[in-house]
Design a protein around this ligand. Structure first.
Ligand SMILES: [Fe+2]
Length: 276
């Protein structure tokens, strides 16, 4: 019988309060779902939330980019606000806060049109909630961010070994979780050499080594870019050091029809099935 995940504490307008609540909740609990890069794709988000209900998680942690590219930023944000214990700021939320300036400039339509949609769908309360989001959250032994911990406001990607090393240099906890590249990855740091290597996480549980350190890219819920169009997220039990990467099939055609109906560029919809 699937169990319903109970949110730890929904985010509030006060970042400090939300973070304090989540810290104490994490101290008592240990099994989390971590999601990122929803990109206003409500069909993908609903599919992964349904999948998470099959696991007895203590809470859901969101790594940002709830908005951008897709047609349903309002519905996605509402679900994230209702269900996630902690959310951090993604670069697409940061862009949304600068929407008026960006819409005055010469940005590409795949970015401009979703911003216009988000401005139409989100009210003052939602924008205030976004404005209060932290860019990183330390919940020892876990650190959360949208992109690299190296200069977090710059939203650096972690694709290369040197980028992962710069990230680890700024990581003070055993494990960190991020998104941004839309490509799932597990980086392991060697504590003696401080060098690191990228492991390709499959769909089987991985037991992490307590004497090493890790950073995990959980992939993207709403716009995977690793050639696999299934929605991606991660489950992590920090007491057992167990990581499980999940891929979830959802109704792509239904999602793409939504993109088309919203007047989004064809590229925004076609890249969902190409996963690029
Ligand atoms: Fe993203």
């Amino acid at each position: 019988m699937p169990r319903t995940p109970k949110p730890l504490n929904p985010n509030t307008k006060s970042t400090r309060k939300a973070t304090t609540q989540a810290t104490s909740a994490i101290a008592k609990n240990s099994f989390f779902a971590i999601i990122s890069d929803i990109h206003a794709n409500i069909d993908a988000l609903e599919a992964i939330l349904a999948d998470i209900r099959d696991f007895p998680v203590n809470g859901i942690l969101c790594l940002g980019d709830v908005v951008g590219y897709g047609p349903e930023p309002g519905a996605c944000l509402e679900k994230i606000m209702d269900t996630c214990a902690v959310t951090v700021l993604g670069n697409h939320e940061a862009m949304l806060l600068l929407a008026d300036r960006i819409l005055d400039e010469d940005w590409d339509v795949p970015i401009r049109k979703p911003l216009q949609i988000a401005k139409e769908q989100l009210g003052k309360n939602e924008l205030e909630w976004i404005r209060d989001l932290p860019i990183t959250v330390d919940l020892d032994p876990i650190t959360l961010s949208h992109a690299s911990l190296n200069e977090p406001p710059e939203f650096h990607y972690i694709h290369e070994t040197t980028e992962a090393e710069a990230h680890f240099a700024a990581q003070s906890t055993f494990i960190s979780f991020n998104g941004h590249t839309h490509v799932p990855a597990l980086w392991e740091e060697n504590p003696e050499t401080l060098g690191c290597r990228c492991l390709t996480p499959g769909e089987k549980p991985v037991r992490l080594t307590p004497s090493k350190r890790y950073t995990v890219n959980v992939g993207s819920v709403g716009q995977p870019r690793d050639g696999d169009p299934r929605a991606s997220y991660a489950l992590y039990d920090y007491q057992q050091h167990l990581l499980l990467m999940r891929r979830v099939t959802y109704d792509l055609k239904k999602a793409q029809a939504r993109f088309q109906k919203a007047g989004l560029p064809a590229h925004n919809a076609s890249r969902l099935s190409k996963a690029e």
